[in-house]
Design a protein around this ligand. Structure first.
Ligand code: WT7
Length: 655
């Protein structure tokens, strides 16, 4: 049996940096080389310089990195700053003051703009309202809101007074909310009467009431409710207060509290694609620095951009790249509250044209869904304002990448395939649009300051090109998680223990090609073992998606007498191919995988389905598919599953 994970699919297409891009980029090849050199030779100097240059400190830090309690690393010791100050107040000087910080569009097409000056006022009012409700430094505040400006105002208000926010995605159930309220001991919950989604009202406040039903099981004393849909809701006397009333009798003067660099900014639960969600927490200064820098470097953000990251603020992508990173840069952030395909599959493209959006950051699951609907939808709109595209969340299948690049980017926009995690705080491995050529399906090179490696089961470095193994980070970085809330053992156990605390273990498998480009092969837990060959999920899935009839695919292993494991593939077809003959298609897909990868990766079982089970953040849940493929009862934690209906349908999928 091989000790490394076998790479099967080789993708050789490459797209150089467009000349017009390189000449104006925030990061050029020379700076990139210089920063990489400094990061290796003098890491403290590297990080210290950046932190002084890009952040406004109340008290300068004395130490850059402290390692004495590793893997509990501490950054910028002795330094003090306020994150909300860095995201808002410092832009009030000069022309940014009246620049749009947020441009919001509701599902019904209504638009609201919030300037930096307005954001400052709203945030300050609400911060005072929180204090009025008894919130103090270090208290946890839960935010269970739709994608409206107030959700961001609430996050910043917490940061302003040193409260630790924990945002719970508005699509989560009462049960999931309850778990998170209990785990964090939140004192205040901020919610709305409801949210709009695909023309329907989502009863947020009703879910909140359910979550709070058993008073002795949580610590929530006050609930602040934003009026959003006008739904008829119950307000509990003494506990619940309307947002508008909470801010009515407070003033707009709320000084930003000076926080220690290491004070916790927020707690956020992981997506749970492979297990029970963990409450990851992040620091103030290090996290802010890393989200700010990566937004600048990877998205090449400029004052004149209209930037749209389609993630909900309930995910780390929303925290880092809707709120903290772009606002720290003084950018204009576009927000959309609503369903992506509502009322029609061209909603995204319509909004890009309407608002002149120049940077679009979305997920492979969305790209595949649009690809499934057909090319005519983007073609109806003028997408020429776009200059950069980004992707995050899963490996990008090269064919989906090509579609995104051509149909959305017009072959003109670099694509930033960004590899990172809730735990890493910000991008780790990503192409720099003015420096790095794109290879479809690869997240390219580690960013300056990030030291990524591939190691085998024993933790020994794998240096041979294209041999796959564990993706690890062997030096701390400021944006890294500081722990798992209330559970330091789980932090060490989940991320460090396996290789004696030497590396941060991401839990992904990856390989590096001969030019050093990283290719993520899937989650380590999802690796298959077929006749002694260890296969990641990404490459076989990409070989399936390369067929013109397929928009999405997931593979899992099923026990096999001779091979150990055989491949079972779940395949979703593009709309115009849904009537195709399934037997012929199955044969064609087997032949295609054999041709692109080899007989070893040929699926024994192909099941066509309308949809794949996903987390609410859009990740395929292969562990559920594995149970289904094996005919086992599904007993795993399903609290993060997007749509239980998908599972029912999969139970009766056609062979
Ligand atoms: C996991 C982290 C990071 C914000 C959104 C997800 C997968 C993420 C990529 C990418 C291949 C990717 C990894 C990672 N992933 N981005 N560009 N290429 N895989 O955050 O929910 O914490 O998930 O998402 O498996 O470990 P998350």
């Amino acid at each position: 049996m091989s000790t490394s994970i076998d790479s099967a699919l080789s993708e050789t297409r490459s797209f150089p940096v467009p000349a017009h891009f390189a000449s104006q980029a925030n990061m050029d090849a020379e700076t990139f080389a210089r920063l990489n050199r400094q990061a290796t030779e003098d890491p403290d100097g590297f990080w210290g310089d950046l932190a002084r240059q890009h952040l406004d400190w109340d008290v300068p830090f004395q130490r850059v990195l402290e390692v004495d309690q590793a893997p509990f690393y501490r950054w910028f010791g002795g330094g003090q700053l306020n994150v909300a100050y860095n995201c808002v107040d410092r832009h009030l000087r000069g022309a940014t003051r009246h620049k749009a910080a947020l441009i919001w569009e509701g599902e019904d097409g209504s638009v609201r703009t919030v300037t930096y000056a307005q954001l400052h006022r709203e945030m300050s009012l609400f911060a005072n309202a929180l204090k009025h409700q008894g919130v103090q430094k270090g208290d946890r505040v839960a935010i269970y809101m739709p994608m409206v400006p107030e959700a961001i105002i609430a996050m910043l208000a917490c940061a302003r007074i040193g409260a630790i926010h924990t945002v719970v995605f508005g699509g989560f159930s009462a049960e999931a909310l309850k778990d998170r309220l209990e785990d964090t001991d939140a004192k205040v919950l901020i919610t709305a009467d409801g949210a709009w989604r695909a023309g329907k009202m989502v009863p947020l406040k009703r879910h909140a009431d359910q979550a709070l039903l058993r008073e002795h099981e949580h610590s929530v004393r006050h609930v602040i409710v934003l009026r959003r849909t006008g739904a008829d809701i119950d307000m509990q006397e003494g506990r619940d207060i309307w947002w508008e009333d909470a801010v009515a009798d407070v003033n707009a003067d709320c000084p930003a509290l000076s926080m220690q660099a290491e004070d916790t900014l927020f707690i956020l639960y992981t997506s749970g694609s492979t297990g029970k969600p963990k409450g990851v927490f992040h620091s103030s200064a290090g996290y802010l620095l890393w989200t700010m820098l990566t937004t600048r470097w990877v998205f090449d953000i400029k004052p004149e951009d209209v930037y749209w990251c389609t993630a909900d603020i309930g995910w780390i992508t929303g925290h880092s790249y809707v709120v903290y990173g772009p606002l720290a840069n003084g950018a204009t952030v576009f927000l959309y509250e609503g369903a992506p395909m509502h009322p029609q599959p061209d909603r995204f493209w319509k909004m890009i044209a309407r608002h002149g959006i120049s940077i679009l950051y979305t997920a492979p699951t969305a790209v595949r869904a649009f690809m499934k609907m057909g090319d005519e939808w983007p073609q109806r709109h003028d997408l020429s304002s776009l200059r950069l595209l980004g992707s995050v969340g899963e490996p990008m299948n090269p064919e989906a990448w090509m579609w995104y690049y051509k149909q959305i980017g017009g072959g003109r926009c670099p694509v930033a395939d960004t590899w990172w995690q809730t735990e890493t705080g910000g991008h780790m491995i990503a192409p720099l649009p003015g420096v790095t050529a794109n290879r479809p399906g690869s997240c390219a090179l580690p960013l300056p300051g990030i030291s990524a490696r591939i190691v085998n089961d024993q933790g020994a470095p794998i240096t041979a090109p294209n041999a796959g193994g564990y993706l690890v980070i062997d030096r701390p970085w400021p944006g890294m998680l500081r722990g798992v809330w209330g559970n330091p053992e789980r932090y060490v156990e989940s991320y460090w223990a396996r290789f004696d605390n030497r590396y941060y273990i991401a839990g992904d498998s990856a390989r590096r090609d001969a030019d050093g480009y990283f290719w993520v092969m899937g989650r380590i837990d999802d690796v298959l073992n077929v006749s002694g060959h260890r296969l990641g999920t990404a490459e076989v899935e990409s070989a399936l998606v390369a067929h013109p009839a397929v928009s999405e695919a997931a593979i899992v292993g099923i026990p096999h007498e001779i091979k150990g494991e055989a491949i079972c593939a779940f395949v979703v077809l593009k709309h115009q191919h849904q009537g195709d003959d399934r037997d012929e298609l199955g044969a064609a897909l087997r032949a295609q995988v054999t041709e692109l990868i080899g007989a070893i990766a040929r699926p024994d079982d192909i099941r066509f389905t309308d949809a794949l089970p996903k987390t609410r953040s859009g990740k395929i849940m292969r562990r559920l598919l594995r149970s289904i493929a094996r005919g086992e009862e599904v007993t795993q934690d399903m609290s993060t599953l997007e749509d239980e209906g998908t599972l029912q349908n999969l139970g009766t999928v056609k062979r």
